[in-house]
Design a binder for this molecule. Sequence first.
Ligand SMILES: [Zn+2]
Length: 174
Amino acid sequence: MKTRKDFCSFCGGRVAETYIEKEHQIRRLCLQCEKINRDNPVLVAGVIVIRDGKILLARRAEEPACGKWNYPKGHVELGETVERAAVREVTEEIGVSPELFGLLGVFSYPASPVINIAYAGTVRSELTRDAAEVSELAWFSKADIPWDSLAFEDDVEALKQICARPDFGLTVTA
Ligand SMILES: [Zn+2]
């Protein structure tokens, strides 16, 4: 994933790789406003939705990991809270606004620019639609989770955690 930019995020000026004495690092320094432009991680937020003891998963219709399953999630936009982003992204994918019960965990990996923030929640009404980026939505009991067909490392970790944590009042049934 390409996250580096040639232009300053603050003023739009040109940036150049420059050694920054006090940080002992080469950083991308703006030649115009002299601010350091950092390669920030990408934030993704989502919700593991549980209802009647089953977990909702979405089958991806887009690369990366097209055809694999993940819990509904998407990018956090500037200017919104992480909780809002999680609810918005999930609503876009399933057509129903989820109710959040709490933070399940934060999942990050040294080789990935993405930091995943997963909430646990539920829905009170029927799912109304599939978004274009999702080819199928389905409910899985613990025994049916498609471990070999999960899209990302954080899907595996987050699902393992939710199965081991009945403290949200959302027990995943076998
Ligand atoms: Zn600048």
